[in-house]
Design a protein around this ligand. Sequence first.
Ligand code: NDP
Length: 281
Amino acid sequence: GTNEISVNTAIQFRGAQQICSHGELLSGARVLLTGASAGIGEQLAYRYAAYGAQMVLTARREAALREVMEKCLTLGAKKVFYLPADMSSPSEPDRVVQFAVQKLGGLDYLVLNHIGTSPFEMWGGDVEHSRWLMQVNFFSYVALASAALPALERNQGSVVVVSSLSGKIPTPFTTSYSATKFALDGFFGSLRHELMMQRKNVSITLCVLGLIDTDTALEKTRGRVFLSASPASDAALSIIRGGCSRVPELFYPWWLRHVHGLWVLLPNPRVLQSFYNYSSH
Ligand code: NDP
């Protein structure tokens, strides 16, 4: 029954956390990582490498991927491959997963992290961009996870989905981006239920991040928000630990959990808006 499932989950969770703190689970783990050429994805690659993981890295830019791969090898990664792919193309997710399963001989972690470029500005009516962004940030995640599920099931693996506070609380200047991140919560939250109901031991971890100091995020938000950015390398460590511990949801920085909880209890838009620099004159 339901109790049995939750007790099993609690035991698995505790067990995973203990082993995880020694990094043993990650040594030799087979990881497919998207958005690995820059930002948080690049830091994730270096962190997994230091744990001795085996990886397939993907993003669009081949030269950048090659550089990340080389650094991963010096940091201790057992094996690293890369495959350039543009996730706005609906046929790429299948190809990338097939490549990873073949090169690594299976899969333990699918880490979904890439995002398409989106503006940090008021909604201007560009519906076509929303549709495109939904493909890159949402549908490709659905397709990658679907293609990887059989391999993950065989190894009691994990799906790690990188999201944002904007995927939990609506924030200004992020209309389409926020929509794609809310969609991920809905899809992967529902899928998590179904996997448990079917007693399939594949964990899904949704990572809710605040502002992180990646080049793209800093450039977009400079002078526009009253928020300080947290380091990408710490965000990456928190994501990896959360995935390894099989927690359903993690917040980074940790206090974001309380920001979210407060919003659920008292959704005051003025308080939220006070963190954004905007004058209508
Ligand atoms: P970056 O812009 O630094 O990196 C994005 C990555 O995605 C790059 O590797 C890029 O590589 C790749 N990418 C871009 N377009 C495509 C495409 N069409 N197909 C495939 N890959 C693509 O992003 P961040 O590191 O800042 O963000 C990473 C994750 O963290 C995202 O899910 C984001 O929503 C989340 N997050 C980030 C926050 C922040 O403040 N930075 C805050 C909250 C959440 P290439 O150009 O080579 O394709």
